[in-house]
Design a protein around this ligand. Structure first.
Ligand SMILES: [Zn+2]
Ligand SMILES: [Zn+2]
Length: 343
């Protein structure tokens, strides 16, 4: 089968790899029909060469059709159209049962890095697969595999109260999900901080106040527009130290910072005294997409949110390497790229 394979710094290639098969009695084989490129795929792409990952398949945001299931699978059957959770666990431990898959006690693997291929071997199918409900489009279903639950986790973690002030640091795809779902909770003001013009324009269309960090000091700009207080609810949706610092900087005293941007920095220094003085709450961690499906699916079905607007580019899988390049360079008005594995 064909897959997009990591070959080193800024090198993704379309290659033939061994066919996927049902990985275990509780697993399933899914033939993909669409998949997306994630910001976290870019960490490997533009970062230093990761020798261990050379030759491995990229991606973790896919939907498709179930082709075959193991004998222990109960919730899906061949022919079902499904979204594949980006985060997988054993499906049986206490945390998996509570939909906290990212905290699975029995699985070393967290993110399913197999998604950009013609077929995927899905472990623990009952917990990893969402049969795509009526009224949810394919584009929306792809977003349910990862970034919509991720942005929403940021919003939930920030505990937005009606009338509260919100800042989303990073208005890329995950930030867009956080911006859109933050409005569900009735904030008085939502700031969107980024350096990319077309991302800020998209945030403004949602009703957010754009802050262009390439033009102004974003911390000063937010303090200026909040009477010097900062925001009570801050969502960090990018990951690098620089944006985490901005997130702490725009946070009001007594506020909550909820970080969902995937970081690749092993450590960062913070001014503990300044944090102590702020009396703040800091939440950070990997999403369990499953936890959010029961809340997000009805919102999609009823047309209350339209996150699919982030798909600016649809390309055939054979153009995958170019898709990575466009997404990485933030060229061509790109926010998010969808790939078609049948072409
Ligand atoms: Zn992702
Ligand atoms: Zn588990």
């Amino acid at each position: 089968m064909r897959a997009l394979v990591y070959r080193g710094h800024k090198r993704i290639e379309l290659e033939n790899v061994p066919d996927a098969r049902v990985p275990a009695p509780d697993g399933a084989l899914v033939r993909t029909t669409s998949f997306a490129i994630c910001g976290s795929d870019l960490h490997g792409y533009h970062g230093p060469v990761n020798e261990e990952r050379i030759g491995s398949t990229m991606g973790h945001e896919a939907i498709g059709e179930v082709v075959e299931v193991g004998p222990e699978v109960r919730s899906v059957r061949p022919g079902d159209h499904v979204a594949v959770s980006a985060v997988v666990g054993c499906g049986r431990c206490e945390n998996c049962q509570a939909l906290l898959t990212a905290r699975c006690a029995n699985s070393e693997t967290r993110v399913l890095n197999l998604g950009q291929a013609e077929a995927i071997a899905v472990p623990a199918a009952d917990s990893s697969l969402l049969p795509i409900p009526d009224g949810v489009t394919d584009e929306q279903a792809v977003l349910l595999t990862d970034i919509l639950p991720t942005g929403y986790k940021g919003v939930r973690g920030a505990g937005i109260q009606p009338g509260g002030t919100v800042a989303v640091v990073g208005a890329g795809p995950v930030g867009q999900m956080a911006l859109e779902t933050s409005f569900l909770f009735g904030p008085s003001k939502v700031f969107a901080i980024d350096q990319v013009g077309h991302r800020l324009e998209e945030a403004e269309r949602l009703g957010a106040i754009p802050i262009d960090a390439s033009q102004v000091d974003p911390v000063e700009a937010v303090l200026d527009q909040t009477g010097g207080k900062g925001c009570q609810h801050v969502i960090e949706a990018a990951g690098p130290q620089a944006t985490v610092r901005i997130a702490f900087g725009v946070l009001a005293h007594g506020g909550t910072l909820s970080q969902v941007g995937a970081t690749t920095d092993p450590e960062m220094t913070v001014n503990l005294m300044a944090l102590f003085g702020k009396d703040l709450t800091y939440r950070v961690g990997l999403v369990s997409p499953q936890y959010a499906w029961p809340e997000l699916v009805p919102l999609l079905q009823e047309g209350k949110i339209h996150p699919e607007r982030v798909f600016t580019h649809h390309l055939p899988m054979s153009d995958g390497p170019r898709g990575y390049e466009i997404f990485d360079k933030r060229d061509d008005g790109v926010i998010k790229v969808m790939l078609d594995p049948t072409r």
